[in-house]
Design a protein around this ligand. Sequence first.
Ligand SMILES: NC(=O)c1ccc[n+]([C@@H]2O[C@H](COP(=O)([O-])OP(=O)(O)OC[C@H]3O[C@@H](n4cnc5c(N)ncnc54)[C@H](OP(=O)(O)O)[C@@H]3O)[C@@H](O)[C@H]2O)c1
Length: 247
Amino acid sequence: MNTLEGKVVLIVGGSSGIGFAVAKYAILSLASRVIIASSTSERVTAAVQELTAITMGKNLPGKIIGEAVNAKESASVKGLVNRIGEIDHLVWTSGESLKTGFKDVDLDGCRDLFDIRFWGAMIAVQNAKFRHGGSVVLTTGSTVVKPPPGYALVAGLAGAIDAVVRGLAVDLAPIRVNAVSPGVVNTKLWNTLPTESRKKVMENAAAKLLVKHVAEPDEIAEVYLFLMKCDYITGQRIEVDGGNRFV
Ligand SMILES: NC(=O)c1ccc[n+]([C@@H]2O[C@H](COP(=O)([O-])OP(=O)(O)OC[C@H]3O[C@@H](n4cnc5c(N)ncnc54)[C@H](OP(=O)(O)O)[C@@H]3O)[C@@H](O)[C@H]2O)c1
């Protein structure tokens, strides 16, 4: 079975949610170094401690390292990838809560929508030093194919990430570049909603979806692992949306 044995994996956004689950699977998959980075030092430290506790006693070869980065700032992202040095895989899951709506929103106030998920990722990809056989896994979302009302701008962002993956797969070859497109996932990204509304969103989504549940981050992490390990896939987006497109 293919593993990540000996590989160095940098996960920007690895302190929580999907990125945290990818970090956990990467270290369990025998990666030699898993670096998790995000903007809140305390969150990074807590995540490193949690991952260390999960892997304790399993006799794994890998080391878990935490790094602080502000993905909104080019210098911070460049500093991170330069500090880390050579990597095999770059996973980008960083993102803050999204602004929705279109007709009544101040579009100038929405320009920063692309800062973390698109520009932050591009700066990391451009500056990272990939070893032979390396890959990039970016994160888009199911709005790319099925935007709910109010998600037009988010769909635009998701589409930009989806399209740039194909362009980068050509420009960076033989480094492989792919994207994961999750549907609704139970993470802190939804914490901006009041508890009751969040509960309702999750319940409604679960009731509608073909799989009849909302994803936990571990279910999505599997796809990132596959994309890192499979040497014959590039320029692709994998939908892991519980069948959202068909409901
Ligand atoms: N959850 C969903 O339903 C869903 C659906 C489709 C797509 N996605 C996408 O999946 C990705 C991961 O989301 P998630 O659900 O796992 O959310 P999450 O648990 O909130 O994780 C987001 C990560 O981004 C980091 N981050 C936020 N601002 C940052 C900044 N300025 N610089 C660096 N890192 C920053 C956060 O850490 P800090 O706060 O410490 O910076 C955290 O580690 C996002 O791009 C999201 O849009 C999620």
